[in-house]
Write a protein that binds this ligand. Sequence first.
Ligand code: AR6
Length: 170
Amino acid sequence: MKERISIVTGDITTQETDAIVNAANTSLLGGGGVDGAIHRAAGKQLLEECRTLGGCETGGAKITKGYNLKAKYVIHTVGPVWNGGKYGEREKLAGCYKNSLALAEKHKVKSIAFPSISTGIYRFPIEEACRIALKEIKSFLKNNNIMEKVVIVCFDKNTYEEYEKANYEK
Ligand code: AR6
């Protein structure tokens, strides 16, 4: 199990996995943070395809092609904005991982890279976000033998350390 999960620091747009996950917003029409970086790297055809999708609910996921990226697919998911934890934020964040991985499975994706969903502009507390992410990834891998690699791409050292810590907790 642990050998199928890797935690790295870096830029998700350069990952060579079959799919990369985008931490988008409900419009799916681009934004700042990792979303902006993915749209810049993929090229304007990505936005054109996103326009046809009709947005996405928080916790949901939709798939597009990767265009100029090395990844064949981009899975766009919408994390919750943290508002103190009483608005179903944890369940919605878990939904991002569950629904992204289910879509990946449907498209026979063998390797996937995730950013740290919701812990940037959306302010989800990092420690709890890491635990939720790893719990969902591990429970998916337990029941799926096609997925060879799940990479968690951390943009900064603190995020990396928090995921490493959460990964060795259990
Ligand atoms: N590669 C990997 N991780 C990155 C990259 C990158 N190139 N760039 C930033 N991160 P955020 P959110 C990290 O804010 O909190 C957008 O405007 C970043 O350091 O991108 O889910 C959307 O359109 C942080 O650790 O996503 C939404 O409106 C993590 O990715 C909103 O932001 C997530 O930070 C979504 O907010």
